[in-house]
Design a protein around this ligand. Sequence first.
Ligand SMILES: Nc1ncnc2c1ncn2[C@@H]1O[C@H](COP(=O)(O)OP(=O)(O)OP(=O)(O)O)[C@@H](O)[C@H]1O
Ligand SMILES: [Mg+2]
Length: 263
Amino acid sequence: MRLAKTVRSKGDTLAISTGILGLDNMLKGGFSDGDITLVAGSPGTGKTTIALQFLIEGIKHGEPGVMVTFEYLPQRMYRDAMKKGWDLKKWESEGKLKILCTTPDILTSMDAKGRTVLDEAITEIHAKRVVLDSVTHFEFYGKQPSELRQEVSGFMNHLRLHDITTIITHEIPEIIGPTMHISNFGLEFLVDNVIILRYVEIESEMKKAIFVLKFRGGDHDRKLRHFELTGKGVSIESEFKGVEGVTSGSPRITVTQRARELI
Ligand SMILES: Nc1ncnc2c1ncn2[C@@H]1O[C@H](COP(=O)(O)OP(=O)(O)OP(=O)(O)O)[C@@H](O)[C@H]1O
Ligand SMILES: [Mg+2]
């Protein structure tokens, strides 16, 4: 088996780097080979950016990637990525990347040989990484949760036939607050790993929090960490210190921190 630089030892298995050092550290090295990871978050929290960084990490180390988008037209994606110095168009012309702008219906339809447009794209560029941005669009057809679960589950099982590692993104409608609704069809149970991106209000400032909700690969960081979106992508900062109840969106200062402030 070819070991790219992005693949590192993770105990007795292999770790696939996410392309974000702080996130790799939270995952004790990265994803496991073949994982399907859900990156779910509130609007504008950085879902697409994390997914792109994951693809770019592969591209830079000889692992081509396919980006499936239901949201962007290629020109807009090229333009936005270029602002961060990511030349998607060039990588596409070099056969290292393929961007598929499509709809869930087209994506899941199979030809007479049982192949989808994604199968063709993966085969064409020998992709090792795939991004689906975002699976929320599967919900737009008014299907019942059980039907939706069956459809998305079937699609994921189809993906697992390939030798690829996948990120799928999903929207969490709540901006802030004590409740968090991931999906109404059990999406979080269908994937191997779940990473959550949320807004939290601390001292009248909206900050972003990231945490690993589920990780089938084994041990992972249990802390909620502050992260920033920068001109170069995602930067994971330290844990939220001196506050508790961060997942509620409105954290309280801990007793210890309050005591520190009084001293
Ligand atoms: N140069 C930059 N510096 C700081 N923040 C930036 C920069 N460029 C983009 N952003 C932030 O990135 C966010 C968009 O990132 P991204 O598209 O990855 O989020 P998303 O979660 O996929 O959004 P959506 O919910 O619309 O799909 C914007 O809300 C903006 O605040
Ligand atoms: Mg997005």
